[in-house]
Unconditional design. Structure first.
Length: 306
């Protein structure tokens, strides 16, 4: 039975290893869908995603245009699943409906993709929704999925750099599209190092990697995985969303070093101040706000409390 403190998504490994290219926003939509899947669901069940709930969980803002573009693109892109016997092209949705005035969207999954999302056999990947949503880099989200598949063993199999790039859709296995981050230094800095840093900061896993040379060039990679207590408090999906929002806000304030109980209570009791806190935290993490010396002081100034 799933813990009320930590809702887990379970994915069949064929999907984890599939070749697909989703943005961070699209992966968040996928993770929200996966968290709602139940074995007893009918093939035409409609899954509802409330935009405000996801914004509160992630600290990132979505708008209808962004979401409509994201789901339209998701609907046109394919999952490529391949084994020794068959190569399959699979699409995610039968339909997506945006409910006007209610701030939500409803999604019906393709009947052909559903078996890969539902098969809870021995060979699956299990990872926590709050961790997946906390990662802002799409490559961090994908590498987190991969690391979670191997977390009980402590290390992944050895992947060639070419295999990993193909899996992350940075390289076309047929050579028809130009390769991204062709220089290894770019791939290391903008994919591997960012993913490692975000995973170690925001999730239940601590990872590292070892690069293997063939001749003078790096040829392969192996990831090492350990469990850790996440630095971010996990969100309880069984508690009211407002309680989860306050829990997350308290964590942000604690990370900033704000300990004054009366100040904390005021920020939590006024929605505009809480919203401002989440916006400030997002701006700080994405580099839009610069506060290397005194981020707490800048927050209070931004909120009009100083």
């Amino acid at each position: 039975m799933e813990s009320s403190r930590s809702l887990e998504i379970r994915q069949h490994n064929a999907i984890t290893a599939a070749r697909y290219d989703y943005s961070a926003c699209q992966l968040d939509i996928l993770f929200c869908l996966l968290s709602q899947l139940r074995k007893e669901d009918s093939s035409d069940v409609s899954y509802r995603i409330n935009i405000a709930d996801v914004e509160r969980m992630t600290g990132r803002q979505w708008n209808y245009q962004q979401l409509q573009e994201a789901t339209a693109d998701m609907g046109s892109r394919l999952f490529e699943v391949e084994n020794d016997k068959v190569y399959k092209q699979l699409w995610m949705f039968q339909k997506v409906e945006y409910v006007k005035g209610q701030g939500c969207l409803e999604i019906v999954l393709s009947k052909f993709i559903r078996p890969y999302l539902f098969e809870l056999k021995d060979n699956f990947t299990s990872y926590q929704l709050h961790s997946a949503l906390k990662l802002s880099s799409k490559y961090a989200k994908r590498i987190y999925q991969l690391a979670s598949q191997w977390k009980d063993i402590g290390e992944t199999k050895t992947y060639t750099i070419n295999e990993l790039k193909v899996m992350l859709k940075l390289k076309d296995p047929h050579g028809k599209q130009p390769e991204q981050f062709e220089k290894f230094s770019q791939f290391k800095a903008r994919v591997l190092d960012i993913a490692t840093r975000q995973i170690n900061e925001h999730t239940d896993l601590k990872i590292g990697y070892h690069l293997i040379k063939q001749g003078r060039a790096f040829h392969s990679i192996r990831f090492y995985i350990n469990n850790q207590s996440p630095k971010q408090l996990p969100i309880s999906f069984e508690q009211p969303i407002e309680d989860a929002r306050h829990q997350q806000a308290r964590q942000i304030l604690d990370n900033l070093g704000i300990k004054d109980t009366s100040l904390i209570q005021r920020i939590l009791s006024e929605k505009a101040l809480t919203d401002g806190l989440f916006k400030f935290n997002y701006d700080l993490k994405t580099g839009r706000a610069k506060a290397d010396k005194n981020p707490a002081g800048l927050l209070l100034k931004v909120l009009g409390l100083r």
